[in-house]
Design a protein around this ligand. Structure first.
Ligand code: PLP
Length: 309
């Protein structure tokens, strides 16, 4: 099956009283609706990031083996396993940590992905050329493929090419608004999605990046993914990690009909959120909005990168 291009995602006006009070035009870029297969884990920024490699894999003969890495609760791992099932591409996932009872990994196995658990110490080798060469030779033999048909995708799906593909959502926003927004806010895990948007952005738009992880290294990480001559009108807002990756206030969690947690940050009028990335982002933006960080009359776009809940 060819990889179908999903329709562009909608730009939804958010009518929140905090925004109205300051005459701020607040929008949500609904990339949670960006999917070739609604209702699956292949959604959101993980589609934007995987699109180039999936297109190439579907077109290649023989079909390559896609190999990637992630934590046991990684949306990237779930999205890639789903893509493997939908487009008949074999997928092998190296997952960090010990065996855990985990609905996301169970689903990935049902989707047909082969999962190898790696200890935290071995997982660290995932970026080392010599370790990857050994795995490539092993997997080529197991799958009876020439070694060049073992394709490695980095953790989180982040490459310069995948970042560039995420950047396309900025153009969609500008075409829907009729002009560049004053602010565009996005969550960050590896920073790949943010880097792609910074590269695509008009310097008139200030890009605010909200890391979901604790620490102050994200700006350097993003800088490394940026090419020369890109907009410098961006910043990392590091105050909304809520304790670090996978940590969040317990009172956010509400029952979900899906296989992961859903979050409610207590603000009516928001789309559904998950606690790992998007609830943190929206809390941060709303907090800053109330604190008067966005000038009166400005336009603010918040990117809903999706997630599983
Ligand atoms: C993976 C993910 C992110 C982080 O994307 P990066 O490109 O790694 O920064 C943000 N939001 C959601 C919902 C995700 O699944």
């Amino acid at each position: 099956m060819p990889f179908p291009p999903p329709a562009k995602s909608p730009l939804q006006p958010l009518h929140l009283s905090a925004a109205k009070a300051r005459d701020i035009a607040l929008f949500c870029k609904r990339d949670d609706l960006y999917t070739p297969a609604p209702g699956t884990a292949l959604q959101g920024n993980k589609v934007r990031k995987l699109e180039p490699v999936l297109r190439a894999a579907v077109a290649a003969k023989p079909t390559p083996l896609l190999v990637s890495f992630g934590g046991a609760y990684s949306n990237h791992v779930s999205a890639l396993a789903t893509a493997g099932r939908l487009y008949s591409i074999p997928v092998h996932l190296f997952v960090r940590g010990e065996e855990v009872d985990n609905a996301l990994l169970d689903q990935a196995r049902r989707d047909g992905a082969i999962i190898t658990l790696l200890s935290r110490s071995e997982y660290r080798f995932k970026n080392e050329a010599s370790w990857l060469r050994l795995r490539q030779a092993e997997l080529a033999e197991q799958h009876r493929l020439p070694p060049e048909f073992i394709w490695f995708i980095p953790e989180g799906g982040t490459t310069k090419e995948s970042a560039r593909n995420v950047g396309k959502l900025y153009g969609e926003v500008v075409s829907d608004l009729g002009q560049p927004p004053d602010f565009l806010c996005i969550s960050a895990g590896t920073g790949g999605s943010a880097a792609g948007i910074i590269q695509a952005a008009d310097p008139k738009t200030r890009i605010e990046v909200y890391p979901a992880l604790k620490g102050d290294w994200m700006a350097d990480e993003i800088q490394q993914l940026l090419g020369p001559g890109v907009s410098q009108n961006w910043t990392c807002i590091t105050d909304y990690h809520f304790g670090g990756y996978g940590k969040f206030p317990w009172e956010w969690v509400v029952p979900s009909e899906g296989i992961a947690s859903r979050a409610d940050i207590g603000e009516p009028g928001l789309p559904q959120l998950e606690p790992i990335y998007t609830a943190k982002l929206f809390s941060g933006v709303l907090d800053r909005l109330r604190a008067g960080k966005y000038p009166e009359g400005s336009s603010v776009v918040v990117v809903h990168t999706g997630g599983i809940y």
